[in-house]
Design a protein around this ligand. Structure first.
Ligand code: KG4
Ligand code: ZN
Length: 333
């Protein structure tokens, strides 16, 4: 079965070709127009998707050495994400499905991230814990089997990726903030400035990141300009470290509660090398196996959407043409 995957939920226009269980091409175009605004501008994202989607799909097919007529089914993100951005991908998928007379299936973007570790060969086994860390979500899921999920932890305010993005802005860095903070943290002393792991009232498993961003704001206001300039890499490294420590603190708590020792860490923030290093140390402490997808499958991509669709399409599950995009789509708990 040849599946075309399409992902346009935020600022990446992506298409992937998946044949008989393997991804054979995955094209990701990251829209750089947003950088100058310090964040994603929804209207710009929709226009960019619209301008590029057809050539991205054609490139994915070209790299897979296939034609449109070879596609058997289409998998497309229909939520969560930016409404206008989702509309472009979903309508493109519907149009192509009609034109080629093939089925299409709407996929939850978060479900794509949950399965991204299976794209590259991995020893990940069910049940597993998935720490999902993106620009919009920070959650710990227990994936019992295909389609069976239990939510153990969620953020009560900002997502970890958002904390990186907002923190980067406070430090005068560009967008997206995660890679920028990671870059400038190199050579910085992560113990130079003191931040504490935030606690969430009534639920010690949940995350909260908005207080960390405020703590960083106070520091940037309080530290004299000259010192700030000199110590920016220390401040970035200290801020990066506390975000990572907060993520791993909750992961350890959920592990202690469930004793599930297969763990997957996915989403854009999972691309962070310091995070990977510290997670590996934790895996030794816990005697657990922690898996990260290759970097290209951490941030948004269509390969994970195609992968998440495979079992369902094999079982004959399709979407109807009246499927609407859903910006606030959640996963079933
Ligand atoms: O999964 P993703 O590509 O898109 C969403 O579904 O949101 O995640 C994007 C987020 C952004 O907040 C970005 O700053 C963060 O992932 N990110 C990183 C790194 N690369 C991307 N955060 C920390 N370190 C990185 N290297
Ligand atoms: Zn994502």
């Amino acid at each position: 079965m040849v599946i075309l995957g399409i992902e346009t939920s935020c600022d990446e226009t992506s298409a992937a070709i998946f044949t008989n269980g393997d991804i054979i091409s995955n094209v990701v175009y990251t829209q750089e127009e947003h950088n100058k605004f310090g964040g994603v501008v929804p209207e710009v994202a929709s226009r960019e998707h619209d301008a590029n989607i057809h050539s991205i799909v054609s490139t994915a097919l070209y790299r897979a050495k296939l034609n449109y007529s070879d596609i058997n089914a289409i998998a497309v993100t229909y939520g969560a994400g930016l409404l206008g951005a989702l509309i472009v991908g979903l309508n493109y998928a519907k149009g192509l499905a009609i034109g080629l007379n093939i089925p299409f299936l709407g996929i939850n973007h978060l479900e794509g991230h949950l399965y991204s570790n299976f794209i590259s060969t991995s020893n990940l086994q069910y049940p597993y814990l998935c720490l999902l860390v993106t620009g919009g979500h920070t959650q710990i899921w227990e994936v019992k089997s295909v389609g069976e999920y239990v939510l153990h932890s969620n953020t009560v305010d900002d997502a970890a990726g958002e904390a990186f993005d907002k923190g980067a802005r406070l430090l005068g860095l560009g967008y997206p903030g995660g890679p920028e903070i990671e870059r400038i943290s190199k050579g910085g002393d992560s113990k130079f400035y003191k931040f504490s792991i935030p606690h969430v009232k009534n639920n010690p498993l949940n995350f909260s990141f908005s207080g960390l961003k405020t703590a960083l704001l106070y520091k940037t206001n309080d530290i004299p300009k000259e010192e700030l300039k000199k110590n920016r890499s220390h401040l970035a490294a200290s801020y990066q470290e506390i975000i990572i420590d907060t993520l791993l603190n909750r992961l350890k708590k959920v592990y202690n509660k469930t004793k599930i020792n297969n763990i997957s860490i996915t989403g854009g923030v999972a691309a962070n090398k310091r995070f990977r290093e510290k997670a590996n140390l934790l895996s030794h402490d816990l005697n657990a196996s922690i898996y990260f997808p290759p970097l290209k499958y951490c941030t948004d991509n269509a390969a994970m959407i195609a992968k998440a669709s495979y079992q369902k399409l094999l079982n004959g599950i399709n979407s109807h043409l009246d499927l609407e995009p859903n910006p606030n789509l959640v996963l079933n708990k």
